[in-house]
Design a binder for this molecule. Structure first.
Ligand SMILES: [Zn+2]
Length: 261
């Protein structure tokens, strides 16, 4: 009897052990299967995400290549003489601070070179980024990523009207206050200035000069990668003579089509 009990007991123990081992094996299989599926999912995510990232990078690279190609082509087309003067730089004005292109008349017939030399000699530290000669040649004396003093003080309330602020980037060196009705000074820090050699009442603008302005605006748009709003100086400061009445129709065209006709 004793022997038989022992035998049954051993069989029972063995059965329990087999069931336990079977459970452990099943558990192990279940776990490894789940781990496998997780890692498969990871691989799938990477597989779908990675090419997407690559495509985005490729597109960005292609875009910047296209942009720099376009810039290089425009630079070759434009007749720009670079004559950068350090004293005309009043602070940083990178892409995120670019909003406006402000057009001016020089109110004289002196060449761009004369105008820049005059600005440099009078000690006011005033200069536009570009001056466009009557023959269409262009002189640049302030880099696009720097602030030039060409717009000065504008009507009180115009900072808010134009959505700009005086954020301290403009050193305001040489600026002279013009009274309480012309108290806002934000425009220089948010714009590029272009002067055209022309006197108000002095007759038509040359076709070559207007064609050069068309191309220069295209160049500035390409440089920043977006179209800045085009205004003339007297929009910022009411009562200023520039640009002249002769330019009124062209200004309307520039605002609508970014070319003079
Ligand atoms: Zn002006």
């Amino acid at each position: 009897m004793k022997k038989r009990v022992d035998k049954s007991f051993i069989i029972l123990l063995s059965s329990i052990a087999i069931v336990l081992i079977a459970c452990i094996v099943l558990l192990f299989l279940a776990c490894s299967n789940q781990a496998g599926s997780v890692s498969k999912n990871d691989t799938e995510m990477q597989a779908t995400e990675k090419p997407a990232n690559d495509t985005a990078t490729q597109q960005a690279n292609t875009q910047s290549q296209t942009n720099s190609q376009k810039l290089a082509e425009l630079e070759a087309q434009l007749n720009i003489h670079k004559d950068i003067r350090a004293s005309f730089n009043h602070g940083p004005k990178t892409k995120e601070y670019q909003k406006y292109i402000v057009l001016h008349d020089t109110e004289g017939e002196g060449t761009a070179q004369n105008v820049i030399d005059y600005w440099d000699s009078n000690g006011n530290l005033i200069a536009a980024h570009f001056v466009v000669n009557r023959d269409g040649s262009i002189w640049q004396c302030v880099e696009l990523d720097n602030i030039g003093h060409h717009a000065g003080y504008g009507n009180t309330g115009h900072n808010a009207l134009y959505g700009i602020t005086e954020d301290g980037r403009d050193d305001m060196k040489g600026s002279k206050p013009l009274g309480s009705s012309l108290a806002d000074y934000g425009m220089n820090a948010w714009s590029v200035g272009i002067e055209m050699v022309h006197t108000s009442g002095g007759g038509a603008y040359n076709e070559a000069q207007l064609n050069a302005l068309d191309l220069l605006i295209k160049y500035i748009d390409t440089y920043y990668g977006f179209e800045s709003t085009i205004i003339d100086h007297k929009a910022w400061r009411e009562g200023n003579s520039d640009t002249s009445p002769e330019f009124a129709q062209y200004l309307a065209n520039y605002k609508d089509h970014r070319t003079h006709n």
